[in-house]
Design a protein around this ligand. Structure first.
Ligand SMILES: Nc1ncnc2c1ncn2[C@@H]1O[C@H](COP(=O)(O)OP(=O)(O)OP(=O)(O)O)[C@@H](O)[C@H]1O
Ligand SMILES: [Zn+2]
Length: 766
């Protein structure tokens, strides 16, 4: 017998030991007994025979011929688990696609005896369900426990385990049989080797494909299912400019040296994507694989299109908006080495690429690299760790680098690469600040600029980081604002849906209810969201086609690509949107960008509020003038003197950086110190406060840690839970390790009902 550490998808603090007669390779999945059921586990490593009184159970079945998960990824996952102090099962579950670990479902099948009983009317109602259903299988939930055991005992049902979802999804592909290609379809196949039958039928018709098979000029093979990607026009791939070329050479020079971090700081529209593509091509040619992270689902189609144009079906896409089966299919293509380029959002960080050769983090400053819920991890930081553990270079790209990354570039830890200009002589847009005074959302300056733009047949993009119609609704009688009963947030009015919505917990009420304070029936809307702006624009510019891009209008990948395509074709004149429009998109027809309220977000009690606002302004400004026509940007604001707005006006990253860094130094915030935020929540305020006090007390006994708080969180209540915080500060990350570990042990003895979340390196203190 040999013994192995396994990770199972359960929230236990460590690995579990199982026995196996056959040797097992790390990274393969196995079926093991757990209590009375079976589960899927991943083999980590062989261990010596444990000496304990407990019984060691045996592995029942090996699911994979070859390890699905490379060693390097296994080590990386374990490191993540240690850093974030999370159970390994939870980290593995997060990292792998749905279905990978899924608890094995039992299915029930009607036996011939059951069929006979039914026919003779001896079987009860519960079984007669099979007569109507097309399938002869059912899941457990069809029957009560008592029925199940009765039917099994009588032999009317048989029980089986459904393992089908643990296997990689496949589909038929056609393979050219060789010889001289005759028709069009054959030439196509001969050129490409193999192609999914589904796609061939779409291009050449079902008949042509059937002919090919009948004449045996092609054969069918079963291969991993290929995703149909979005179709965004990518155009010809340009030749790199001299400026791009010198950076590409510089990166290539370092490729053989293993782990190196590059900060690629290129102004908006400078062509960073082309730099990634060229370097990726070199890495692939060396037989290695490439991981490209993008922050938001909204950006994957753009980057994906360019990569697919360059590398075809070597590209796999991983993000959370894919259907579970599509995500699993893509994941298995990567695991089997069919795809060597992965483009995806933060969860792609855990892609099972073999022989990793390069990691790219596009828009590295973006807040969506940080996962807020469950396990709060920072994908950019983890990408650096994966790069270090795999010994491969990492390119962090941005027009507005995070203060932290820029600081490390300044101090020499990262290699700094600068793209100062846009290619082919295009200029950065002209920016102006316009002071807003009244309650009107549009200044006359912006309205004029809009009408000039429209009359020249060009496109405009307006940015406002608030969705819905009005962000607050006040009672006319008592003056109270309508708030969410579960959260300390106001309800947003969504006019088209006739609802008041909480943007945090989703609580909704029909518009308008009686005022909960005074039973009043008249209300006043305050402020504007994108829905209202869209409506106003239609009034001002009745002839123009206005569209909106936010989470309410763009609910699927398809809607997003449709909208972007219409925009590229010039079918939309004005696009209004939230941060989803702000970055990454390359829309050559847009010559005017308007920011409706440039200081939105600056007031948040958060040490990164200034950084985030500056980045958003520069990014959105960068959407203007990317084609052949020059661009123009209007920033409307009530705070024109603020340093963030002044730096945005001049598009001066360094000026912003110096000022912000000085503030962080003065207040001992990152990058000078490390933070850890502890959040204690409970449905009872007293309990949350007491818990936070206990936590603060605990940490005060560790001399290296500085304890700030406890204090109520700025968002004092969310989804019905009161929130209290303790902020910890230390000179080094490792100073947190032992105290946090001890603290978690202590917390496990706390009364239930208190929830404690640890956020290492928090990016928001709300
Ligand atoms: N060498 C080149 N010659 C001509 N056009 C180029 C060249 N390099 C890039 N472009 C074009 O410039 C535009 C901007 O490129 P890209 O989207 O990569 O910019 P970016 O640096 O990612 O900008 P942002 O940070 O604003 O997203 C694209 O339309 C791209 O095709
Ligand atoms: Zn709410």
């Amino acid at each position: 017998m040999r013994f192995y550490n396994l990770v199972l998808p359960v929230p236990l603090p460590g690995a579990l030991v199982y026995a196996s007669k056959a040797p097992l390779l790390p990274g393969v999945r196995v079926l093991v007994p757990v209590k009375t059921r079976r589960m899927v586990g991943v083999v980590l490593e062989e261990v010596p025979e444990p000496s304990g009184p407990w019984e060691i159970r045996e592995v029942e079945e090996v699911l994979d011929q070859e390890p699905l998960i490379p060693q390097e990824l296994l080590r990386f996952l374990l490191w993540c688990q240690g850093y974030y102090l999370a159970p390994p099962g939870e980290v593995f579950r997060l990292a792998f696609p749905p279905g990978f670990f899924r608890e094995i479902r039992r299915r029930y099948r009607l036996t011939p005896a059951g069929r006979q009983a039914l026919a003779e009317g001896r079987a009860p109602e519960a079984l007669s369900w099979f007569r109507k259903a097309r399938s002869l299988r059912a899941t457990r939930s069809r029957f009560t426990e008592a029925e199940l055991s009765e039917f099994l005992a009588r032999g009317w049902l048989s029980e089986e385990e459904d393992l089908s979802r643990l296997r990689p999804p496949e589909e038929p592909w056609l393979e050219f049989a060789g010889g001289e290609p005759l028709g069009e379809a054959e030439r196509f196949l001969a050129e490409r080797g193999r192609w999914p039958r589904r796609f061939l039928e779409e291009i050449f018709g079902r008949k042509a494909v059937e002919d090919l098979l009948r004449e045996r000029r092609a054969r069918v093979v079963s291969l991993p299912r290929l995703r149909r990607g979005p179709v965004v026009e990518s155009g010809e791939r340009p030749r790199p400019s001299p400026e791009q070329l010198s950076l590409i050479r510089e990166i290539e020079r370092f490729l053989p040296q293993g782990f190196t971090v590059f900060l690629l700081h290129g102004v908006t529209g400078s062509g960073k994507t082309l730099v990634y593509l060229e370097v990726a091509e070199r890495v692939l040619a060396q037989g290695k694989s490439v991981l490209v992270l993008v922050p938001e689902i909204a950006l994957t189609p753009y980057v994906e299109t360019h990569f697919v144009a360059a590398f075809g079906r070597e590209v796999a896409v991983l993000h959370s908006a894919l259907s579970p089966s599509a995500r699993a299919a893509e994941w298995f293509r990567v695991a089997r080495g069919e795809a060597r380029v992965v483009v995806g959002t933060r969860l792609a960080l855990f892609a099972p690429l073999r022989d990793l050769g390069l990691i790219v983090v596009d828009e590295e400053h973006d807040p969506s690299y940080k996962q807020a819920e469950r396990l709060p991890y920072q994908a950019r930081d983890l990408a650096l760790m994966r790069g270090r553990m795999a010994g491969v270079p990492v390119i962090l790209g941005s027009a507005t680098p995070s203060v932290k990354s820029f600081y490390f570039a300044r101090t020499g830890r990262y290699r700094y690469l600068r793209l100062k200009s846009r290619p082919s002589g295009r200029r950065l847009p002209e920016v102006e600040l316009v002071r807003l005074s009244g309650p009107e959302p549009f200044s006359s300056r912006l309205l004029e600029a809009l009408s000039e733009t429209l009359s020249r047949g060009e496109q405009a993009l307006l940015f406002l980081n608030r969705r819905g119609y009005a962000p607050a609704v006040y009672c006319r009688e008592c003056g109270e604002v309508l708030g969410c009963p579960n959260c300390s947030l106001t309800l947003t009015y969504h006019r088209a849906r006739g609802l008041l919505l909480c943007h945090f917990c989703g609580h909704e009420v029909r518009a308008f209810p009686l005022c909960p304070h005074c039973q009043g029936t008249a209300f006043r809307l305050s402020g504007s969201g994108t829905e209202r702006i869209e409506e106003e624009l239609r009034k001002y510019f009745p002839g123009a086609e206005v569209a909106r891009l936010d989470r309410d209008t763009v609910t699927s990948e398809k809607r997003l690509t449709d909208l972007l395509r219409r925009l590229r074709r010039g079918e939309i004149q004005i696009l209004v949107g939230t941060q989803m429009v702000a970055q990454g998109h390359d829309l050559p027809g847009v010559t005017l960008v308007g920011v409706l309220l440039a200081e939105g977000g600056l007031h948040l009690p958060d040490y990164r509020a200034a950084e985030r606002t500056f980045q958003l302004l520069v990014q959105v400004a960068g959407r203007a003038g990317r084609g052949n026509l020059p661009g123009r940007v209007i920033l409307q604001t009530r705070l024109p003197e603020h340093y963030v707005l002044q730096a945005a006006l001049k598009q001066d990253y360094e000026a912003f950086f110096e000022e912000d860094l000085a503030r962080r130094r003065a207040f001992s915030f990152p990058p000078f110190k490390r933070l850890c935020l502890l959040l204690v929540t409970s449905v009872r305020e007293e309990k949350a406060r007491e818990g936070a006090e206990r936590a603060a007390e605990f940490f005060r006994s560790w001399p290296e840690l500085e304890v700030l708080g406890p204090a109520p969180a700025p968002l004092a209540r969310l989804a019905g839970r009161f929130r209290w915080q303790v902020l910890l500060r230390a000179p080094r990350a490792s100073a947190f390790d032992r105290p946090l570990q001890r603290f978690l042990e202590e917390v496990s003895r706390w009364p239930s009902g208190l929830r404690v979340t640890l956020d290492r390196d928090p990016e928001e203190l709300l």
